[in-house]
Design a binder for this molecule. Structure first.
Ligand code: KG4
Ligand code: ZN
Length: 344
C-alpha cells in the first residue's frame, strides 16, 4: 500500500510517500519562511500564491525520491483543515485532481491528527504505546491529550488563550527576533548565563478557566504581557537573558501540566510530545527528567517530522480506518477533530 500525503495548511508546501505499515519513502518540504520573514508573520495571500508555485516540483520530487511511478500509488491523504483557507484550498485542489486522474481514493485528514500520529515515527520499537499522554504543541494549538488508540483521543486540557508556539512567536517579535520565533528564542537562550528575570507562570483566576481549558488548562497571554512590560521598563536588558527566562516560563508551564497528568493517572504507557514546539531541546530535556522520575518512556518525534510535513498526513490513513472523500469534499479552516471531547 503506497500513500501520497499532501500538506499546505500554513506556510509549508509538503508532499510525502509512505508505504505500509509505516515506512517513509520520501518527505519533501518547501518552506516559505524567507518570503514571509520581512512581514514578521505569515501573509495568507502570499502563502497561497507560493503553494501554487511550489506544488509541481515538490510532488515530482516526492514521487521521484520514493523511487515509484505515479501509477503505483494506492491513495492520497490531504490536509482538510484547520489552517488558512487559501492555503488549504491549493492542497485540496491538487489532491483531488490527482485522485481523479489516477482513480485512487482521497482521504481528508485533520492537521492536528497528523501531528499526533507523528509520534509513531519515533520508535517503532514501542509495540504498546497506548494509552499515551500526548502533549500537542504547535503554532496554533496547545493541548494535553489521552490517546487510547489511533483515532481515539480525549482532550485533558488546552490553552484558554495563546498557543505555546504563538507565545514564542509573539515573544520573539517583542524581542526583535525574526519569524518564526520559537527556534530564534531557543538559539539566543543558549548563550544566556541564567541571570534573567523570573516571569510569572500562573493561570488567570476565575471559575471558567477549567470550563474552557479542561482539567489541565494552559494560558500564555499573561506571560507575553509580562515580557512586554519587562522590555518597556528595562530597555537595556540583555536580550539573551530575557529570551532564556521567557523560554523557561513557557516550557515549565507545559511540563507542570504533564506532571499533574502523570500523577493523576497511573496507566500511561508513554509520554509523547508532538508539533513544531516539540523540536525545542529545552522542552525535551524537561520532559525527559519528568519521565525518568515517573519511570515512563518518552516518545520524541524525529526533528524532521515535528514542524509541518506531509509524512504525518499520509500516516493517518495507514494507522487507522478513514472514509475516502467524495468529489464534493471541501476544506474547513476551522475543522474540529471528530469525536474528541474535552474532559472537564
Ligand atoms: O507544528 P508547526 O510547524 O505548525 C503549526 O501547526 O502551527 O509549529 C510551528 C511552531 C511555531 O510557533 C514555531 O515558532 C515553533 O513551532 N517552533 C519552535 C521550534 N521550532 C519551531 N518552538 C520552540 N523551539 C523550536 N526549536
Ligand atoms: Zn502544524
Amino acid at each position: 500500500m503506497l500513500i501520497l500525503g499532501i500538506e499546505s495548511s500554513c506556510d509549508e508546501t509538503a508532499a510525502a510517500v509512505l508505504a505500509s505499515p509505516l515506512e517513509v519513502r520520501s518527505s519533501v518540504v518547501a518552506s516559505q519562511i524567507a518570503q514571509h520573514q520581512p512581514y514578521g508573520g505569515v501573509v495568507p495571500e502570499l502563502a497561497a500564491r507560493e503553494h501554487v508555485k511550489a506544488f509541481p516540483p515538490v510532488l515530482e520530487a516526492a514521487v521521484r525520491e520514493a523511487g515509484i511511478a505515479w501509477s503505483d500509488l494506492d491513495g492520497i491523504a490531504v490536509t482538510q483543515g484547520p489552517g488558512l483557507a487559501s492555503s488549504l484550498l491549493s492542497g485540496l485542489s491538487v489532491a483531488r485532481g490527482l485522485s481523479q486522474r489516477l482513480n485512487i481514493p482521497l482521504y481528508p485528514v485533520h492537521h492536528l491528527e497528523g501531528h499526533i500520529l507523528s509520534l509513531y515515527f519515533s520508535q517503532p520499537a514501542i509495540s504498546q504505546p497506548c494509552p499515551a499522554l500526548v502533549m500537542l504543541v504547535t503554532g496554533g494549538h496547545t493541548a494535553l491529550m489521552r490517546m487510547t488508540a489511533p483515532g481515539v483521543y480525549e482532550v485533558l486540557g488546552r490553552s484558554i488563550d495563546d498557543a505555546a508556539g504563538e507565545a514564542l512567536d509573539k515573544g520573539a517579535r517583542l524581542l526583535g527576533l525574526p519569524y518564526p520565533g520559537g527556534p530564534e528564542i531557543e538559539k539566543l537562550a543558549l548563550t544566556a548565563r541564567g541571570s534573567g528575570p523570573r516571569f510569572p507562570r500562573g493561570l488567570p483566576r476565575g471559575e471558567d478557566v477549567k470550563k474552557r481549558g479542561g482539567e489541565y488548562p494552559f494560558s500564555f497571554s499573561g506571560l507575553k504581557t509580562s515580557l512586554r512590560y519587562h522590555l518597556e521598563q528595562n530597555p537595556e536588558a540583555d536580550k539573551a537573558e530575557v529570551a532564556a527566562a521567557y523560554q523557561e516560563a513557557v516550557m515549565s508551564s507545559l511540563c507542570a501540566r504533564v506532571e499533574e497528568a502523570l500523577q493523576a493517572y497511573e496507566d500511561w504507557a508513554c509520554v509523547a510530545c508532538v508539533g513544531g514546539v516539540a523540536k525545542n531541546q529545552y522542552l525535551r530535556a524537561g520532559l525527559e527528567t519528568l519521565c525518568e522520575r515517573f519511570d515512563k518512556a518518552l516518545v520524541t518525534v524525529p526533528i524532521g517530522y515535528c514542524t509541518d510535513n506531509a509524512a504525518m498526513i499520509a500516516a493517518v490513513p495507514l494507522l487507522r480506518d478513514l472514509t475516502p472523500a467524495d468529489e464534493a469534499v471541501k476544506i474547513d479552516p476551522n475543522l474540529v477533530l471528530s469525536g474528541v471531547q474535552l474532559r472537564k
